[in-house]
Write a protein that binds this ligand. Structure first.
Ligand SMILES: [Zn+2]
Length: 318
């Protein structure tokens, strides 16, 4: 029996953001499960429908949810200043993307699977409680974190955001919340310049937010060393009962904006480092959700390596 679930639904390709937008439907099509079968032997594929709006509770404000729902009637072309295009299906698509993580958590709760990858768009980590930003509408990882807390009977969640941009929306949502630790590794000084290491949360959440800017030009060996160090330290400190990866693959060397020397195999290594670190606390239960990644072939290859590691059976203890 496979303990790894791959959440993929062709309908998420049907949001037409325009030919110049790198966040396009093709990103879902290159991740179709039959292509993954060439690398990953044993996994189950699940589709997912849009849940009710209640999954957004505790993450997005009602006025923002209304703004997204009514956006097609607003006459505007973008939810933000020019990245996040309004389409006639914007609300249904964003809600469906956010629902995938909830579906995966239900399957984890039922014991059907232990680990999951959700191949979804639009991405989520730039969106905060009140605002869309950088292709992101609803914060899929944040929605999943709150849903896990509500349904798994747990408190401490760790979100590891290895997208090449800072997870600024996630950071803001959990800024004063000590139950959800947000760890973001990203290329230094990339959009939206909200990933400085001085930003550590506030109030009760002080010390539960960590930014690790990576200098442009950093090679894979150095990146992996830093990753192993900060993940080990963060996991030891927070002792997460559940882990969510904001899995962007735009730090791949072939991605248009990347100045980081990661290749597809490195995402497999990062996955194994993370799984090893969290094992004492989570029994390797983990949910990974797609964020960025805009070179289609690098994206497909990186997701495959990530999923190979997620699908591996844990080594049985003697
Ligand atoms: Zn990104």
């Amino acid at each position: 029996m496979s303990l790894f679930g791959y959440f993929w639904d062709p309908s998420l390709a049907e949001r037409d953001t325009g030919i110049t937008c790198p966040e396009k439907g093709e990103r879902i099509r290159v991740l179709r499960p039959d292509r993954l079968r060439q690398r990953v032997k044993d996994f189950e594929v699940f589709g997912f429908a849009a849940r009710g709006e209640s999954i957004l509770q505790g993450v997005h404000q009602p006025e923002y949810i209304r703004e997204v729902r009514e956006a097609p009637k607003s006459g505007k072309r973008f939810l933000d200043r020019g990245d996040t295009r309004i389409t006639s299906n914007i609300f249904a698509q964003a809600l469906r993307a956010a629902s995938a993580g909830c579906e995966a958590i239900d399957k984890i709760r039922a014991g059907t699977i232990e680990r999951a990858f959700c191949a979804v768009r639009p991405p989520g980590h730039h969106a905060n409680a009140l605002r869309a930003m950088g292709f992101c509408i609803f914060n899929n990882a944040a929605v999943a974190a709150r849903y896990a807390q509500r349904t798994l009977g747990i408190e401490r969640v760790l979100i590891v955001d290895w997208d090449n941009d800072p997870g600024n929306g996630t950071q803001e949502i959990f800024w004063e919340d000590p139950t959800v630790f947000v760890l973001s590794l990203h290329q230094a000084n990339l959009f939206p310049a909200a990933g400085a290491h001085q930003l550590i949360g506030a109030g009760a959440g002080e010390g539960f937010n960590r930014n690790v800017p990576i200098e442009p030009g950093t090679d894979a060996a150095t990146y992996l060393k830093i990753f192993e160090q900060v993940v080990g330290r963060t996991v030891g400190r927070h002792r997460p009962e559940f882990v969510i990866v904001s899995a962007g693959f735009d730090a791949h060397a072939a991605d248009p904006q990347s100045k980081i020397g990661l290749h597809e195999k490195d995402f497999g290594k990062m996955t194994r480092i993370l799984l090893d670190a969290i094992e004492p606390y989570t029994n390797r239960r983990l949910l990974s959700i797609l964020e960025g990644g805009y070179n289609q072939s690098a994206l497909a290859a990186s997701v495959a390596e990530h999923c190979v590691a997620l699908a591996e059976m844990p080594v049985a203890l003697a």
